[in-house]
Write a protein that binds this ligand. Structure first.
Ligand SMILES: Cc1cc2nc3c(=O)[nH]c(=O)nc-3n(C[C@H](O)[C@H](O)[C@H](O)COP(=O)(O)OP(=O)(O)OC[C@H]3O[C@@H](n4cnc5c(N)ncnc54)[C@H](O)[C@@H]3O)c2cc1C
Length: 384
């Protein structure tokens, strides 16, 4: 018989896991402290990106390729359009590590790419004037996904397959018992065979017994209306882009979505924050820093005020690699945390992995890099 599973946190990873588990025939209960597809965690702001030429550890490359297939499968299962191929540019210092790694991954996995000089970039996309010291890596298969719609879609799928989901219900505590797991939520106790903890920026509270080196960060998303060339910024003709400077600072932007009139931008790095005390407004200085930075590539936004801002939480690990695996003390508790600033593209794969671990205790994917035991403080612990 399939195990029953409680999923804590129905954001990006938890909703995906609940949908996969329910589809596989498990009895699933899910708990979410906020409402469906809310804007209080890490999964809001209209757009997230996926690219094949990943510039991180080699273990991510097969996962990202599988993710492309699983996004399409999620679309087929749900009938929702989620993955839209728009292409992507990385504008970075010529001869630098970022370009070298992008090219190396593209060559290793047969991914289409082009290296473009400044004139060619401006010829194809008249909105952009890359700095003279930069080369542009163009990846046509880069795509975007809508985070809120993705979460809502997975919640709908989970419910359609029989999951019992509780919103506006905080999980106050959990325990592993001899027969399974117990969860206290909304003043009641719930029981199941297995527990999946996918609490995003609140993972530290859920895993306080482990003292994991997780750090909550704030990332600010800023929408700005270009002063000219609006039609050239439209999502059906403009790729997403990343700009990196010689100091390694980088920011990215998305073109203007249908029905909108602004590009969305953010710095890649966040600043430390508290999940329950997030500064939602933007200061004029932080907006100006971002607009100035991106204006070096896109002159038509220089000096523009934001039309909208949205702060996002992000749970960072010291090495920015995810934390996925069995709880070091309780094998019937599965951790999915620390997705840092690059987890969203893997949503359908992470759902499969967390479901595999909950049902079978193992997955066919190579997830050694994400082992919760890799942190020094945990290495002495033995499974209990
Ligand atoms: C601005 C920004 C841009 C990003 N861009 C990209 C990108 O382009 N590509 C990419 O791949 N990744 C990107 N990321 C990263 C990606 O969005 C995150 O890795 C991903 O959304 C994390 O999902 P999650 O499920 O861990 O967190 P969340 O989606 O926040 O889900 C966690 C959920 O747990 C709930 N919860 C927590 N504690 C409890 C409790 N005790 N009881 C009940 N519920 C609880 C929370 O309310 C929340 O809904 C970006 C992140 C940010 C912030």
């Amino acid at each position: 018989m399939k195990p029953s599973v409680i999923v804590v946190g129905l954001g990006a990873m938890g909703s995906s896991t609940a949908a996969v588990l329910a589809r596989r025939g498990c009895r699933v209960m899910g708990f979410e402290r906020f409402w469906r597809a809310h804007d209080r965690g890490s999964s809001h702001g209209d757009t997230r990106a996926i690219r094949k030429a990943y510039v991180r550890e080699a273990e991510y490359a097969p996962l990202v390729l599988e993710a492309y297939d699983l996004w399409r499968r999620l679309e087929r299962d749900s009938g929702a359009e989620l993955l839209v191929q728009i292409g992507g540019l990385v504008v970075a210092p010529t001869g630098g590590k970022t370009l070298a790694r992008s090219v190396a991954t593209a060559q290793a996995y047969g991914i289409d790419y082009e290296l473009l000089d400044t004139n060619e970039v401006s010829r194809r996309w008249p909105t952009m004037h890359p700095p003279a010291n930069c080369t542009t890596f163009y990846e046509p298969t880069q795509s975007i996904m809508p985070p809120e719609k993705t979460v809502a879609t997975n919640i709908e799928l989970a419910v359609r397959h029989g999951a019992e989901l509780h919103f506006n219900t905080v999980v106050e505590s959990w325990s592993s018992t001899s027969g399974g797991v117990q969860v206290r939520a909304g003043g009641k106790t719930y029981e199941a065979d297995r527990l999946v903890l996918a609490g995003g920026a609140w993972s530290d509270d859920l895993l306080s017994d482990l003292d994991l080196p997780l750090e909550v960060n704030r990332l600010l998303q800023v929408w700005v209306k270009p002063t000219s060339q609006m039609k050239h910024f439209a999502v059906d003709r403009h790729p997403r882009w990343v700009l990196e400077n010689a100091e390694g600072v980088s920011a990215y932007a998305f073109p203007v979505l249908q029905g909108q009139d602004a590009i969305k931008m953010a710095f890649t790095r966040g600043v430390p924050a508290e999940a329950d005390n997030l500064q939602r407004e933007a200061t004029p200085d932080e907006v100006a820093a971002l607009v100035d930075f991106m204006s070096d590539l896109v002159p038509s936004i220089r000096g523009q005020a934001p039309t909208r801002v949205s702060a996002c939480l992000m749970m960072r690990t010291p090495d920015e690699n995810f934390t996925i695996g069995e709880h070091p003390k309780f094998p019937n508790v599965i951790i999915g945390a620390g997705f840092s600033s690059h987890g969203f593209k893997f949503v359908p794969v992470i759902g499969e992995i967390l479901a595999d671990l909950a049902v079978d205790g193992a997955t066919k994917r190579n997830i050694k890099l994400f082992d919760p035991r890799r942190y020094e403080k945990l290495s002495a612990l033995q499974p209990g």
